[in-house]
Unconditional design. Structure first.
Length: 410
């Protein structure tokens, strides 16, 4: 098993990281994706410190930091009373920890460039829909392989994963605008709520590749089935409601003139009890899905990729042992964050009347009482539990991202 033939289905965050890491171990890697030309989709996200450590191992960290934006705090307030109900700082110990807010296109480009610097094979224009033994099947009926190991990185729509997740009642519409003249700090994620049924947020995300204007991602909670009603209500009606709730978002929303600038995202929750099978490993959303409330989605995919590489390196003489080690290594970290996400999400995105009262009058005050603040900081950093279990530590980085790029990476 010293040198495997590995087929990776999906060139997203987890797939690109896995391709680079497994190629570095000397394996023959084939990366397959449905795009003809690399074209990532999505909006802004946050890479937490443990995820940044994986980017550094892959070699994508420097480019990601040039494009992204360091965020040091998450701050949310209730719109009607104005009280602070969420206040989490990344770094309470002076170690330089921060989140890295970045547009998905910029993160994709950083990872894609790093992966393509390795001696791997990229196959584009193929949509994988199934598996037969050691081969992958695409929509045209063509077989790819055979492979000693298949890595399923095809995301929430995976046809290779047995995961059956439950839809979450709330999603969000997302859009990207230029960072305007505003009093909002450009190094914080800010959110405003009305109970749990309304939430608007602003996230500074730095630059898009090839652009020089700093960007912001804006998002607005919607019921999972509420997009048609949102469209029918009209963009002006929505903007009036959002600005009435939080006047500071006016210069951001003023740039949105067409509902097509906002994309609906729907979420689901579920975890594979065993994220591997005979000759296959599932990573990222193909292995576990949840809401983005804790900002851990991209982190989890990066950590899965590193855990799989560590397991294959440690058990290089027995693939079944390596896959079992991968599952064990990620089990408790994934379980903890899935549990926390399930507990926190309804407090901020639900139709509940009682949970926001509990959040505002009990949990928010308690969150400012020691030792809760450092626990919350560790939670958002991704360091609440060892991320890779017995497969070894992932040391969070302690760098500060530059505010503006000195140069544009390739």
């Amino acid at each position: 098993m010293n040198r495997l033939s590995i087929g990776i289905a999906g060139a997203g965050i987890g797939g690109l990281a896995a391709a680079a890491l497994l190629s570095d171990l000397g394996h023959r890697v084939t990366l397959l994706d449905q795009f003809d030309t690399p074209a990532p989709v999505g909006s802004g996200l946050v890479i937490q410190p443990v995820g940044q450590a994986v980017l550094d191992i892959v070699g994508a960290g420097p480019s990601a930091r040039v494009w992204g934006r360091a965020v040091h705090r998450m701050l949310g307030h209730e719109g009607e009373a104005g009280r602070i109900v969420l206040d989490v700082s990344y770094d309470r110990s002076g170690k330089g920890w921060h989140g890295l807010a970045i547009h998905r296109a910029a993160l994709f480009q950083a990872l894609f460039d790093a992966a393509m610097a390795r001696p791997l094979t990229l196959v584009t224009g193929v949509r994988i829909i199934g598996r037969e033994s050691r081969t992958l099947l695409d929509t045209s009926g063509r077989r790819h392989g055979p492979f000693d190991l298949i890595v399923d990185a095809t995301g929430a729509g995976s046809t290779l994963s047995p995961l059956r997740s439950r839809p979450l009642p709330y999603g969000a519409v997302w859009g990207v605008v230029d960072w305007p003249a505003t009093n909002l700090p450009s190094d914080e994620l800010r959110q405003c709520y009305r109970r749990a049924s309304r939430m608007i947020g602003v996230l500074p995300i730095g630059l898009l590749p090839g652009d020089t204007a700093p960007k912001a991602a804006v998002f607005w909670s919607l019921p999972a089935g509420g997009h048609a009603d949102w469209l029918a209500g009209g963009i002006d009606s929505w903007k009036a409601e959002a600005i009435g709730l939080w006047p500071e978002v006016a210069p951001f929303l003023g740039q949105i003139t067409d509902p097509a600038q906002m994309t609906m995202a729907r979420y689901s929750h579920g975890t594979l009890r065993q994220p591997f099978g005979d000759g296959i490993a599932h990573i990222g959303d193909a292995a576990h899905r949840t809401s983005p409330q804790l900002g851990q989605g991209a982190n989890m995919a990066l950590l899965d990729a590193l855990a799989l590489a560590r397991a294959l390196e440690r058990h290089r003489h027995c693939l079944p042992d390596a896959l079992r080690a991968y599952g064990r290594g990620r089990r408790w970290h994934v379980a903890a964050y899935q549990g926390m996400s399930a507990a926190f999400t309804p407090q901020y995105q639900s139709d509940s009347r009682s949970l926001p009262v509990l959040r505002d009058h009990l949990l928010a005050p308690l969150s400012r009482v020691w030792p809760i603040p450092p626990v919350l900081s560790a939670l958002v950093r991704g360091t609440m539990l060892p991320a890779l279990g017995s497969l070894g530590p992932v040391s969070p980085t302690a760098r500060t991202a530059p505010s503006t790029p000195a140069s544009q990476p390739r």
